[in-house]
Design a binder for this molecule. Structure first.
Ligand SMILES: [Zn+2]
Ligand SMILES: [Zn+2]
Length: 147
């Protein structure tokens, strides 16, 4: 099989990169050299990013690291969001948890942590900046992983 970026024969060492354009189903099979040069490959963890329906991407290992980093503050973060947002917005978050099923069985606080951490990496912002914008907007639109 040939690399879809450099067109060279890839052998066994290749990865599937997520699409970043409007057609999110359009993934790219790339050799490791091309993958490492692409913005949708994490050099720290040596894995391709996960693609989202809105065309953004994030490294799931980086998300996990950020979640672990923020985990000690999880109750405070949740309280801030709960106090700062209208109840309907929190209800939307609960709805998304159920739709995505990604973290089914996990408490809402952990889902919130994951949603903020994922948004931070997808959007190239810090965790605190995402939280601040959510509170300022009084909306969780920023955390939405599709559209
Ligand atoms: Zn290549
Ligand atoms: Zn990473």
């Amino acid at each position: 099989m040939k690399c879809e970026i450099c067109k060279k024969e890839m052998g066994n060492m290749w990865v599937v990169l997520p699409a970043t354009g409007p057609n999110v189903l359009l993934t790219t099979k790339a050799c490791l050299k091309c993958a490492r040069e692409s913005p949708v490959y994490c050099l720290k963890h040596e894995i391709p990013h996960l693609g989202f329906l809105d065309g953004t991407t994030a490294c799931t290992s980086c998300v996990s690291e950020l979640m672990a980093e923020k985990n000690p503050e999880v109750e405070t973060i949740y309280n801030e969001i709960e106090e700062g947002l209208p109840p309907i917005e929190l209800g939307r978050l609960i709805g998304w948890t159920e739709i995505s099923g990604k973290v089914s069985g996990l408490p809402l606080v952990i889902y919130l942590l994951k949603a903020i951490a994922t948004a931070a990496l997808r959007l190239g912002m810090s965790f605190d900046e995402v939280k601040k914008q959510v509170l300022e907007a009084k909306s969780i639109d920023l955390l939405k992983e599709w559209e």
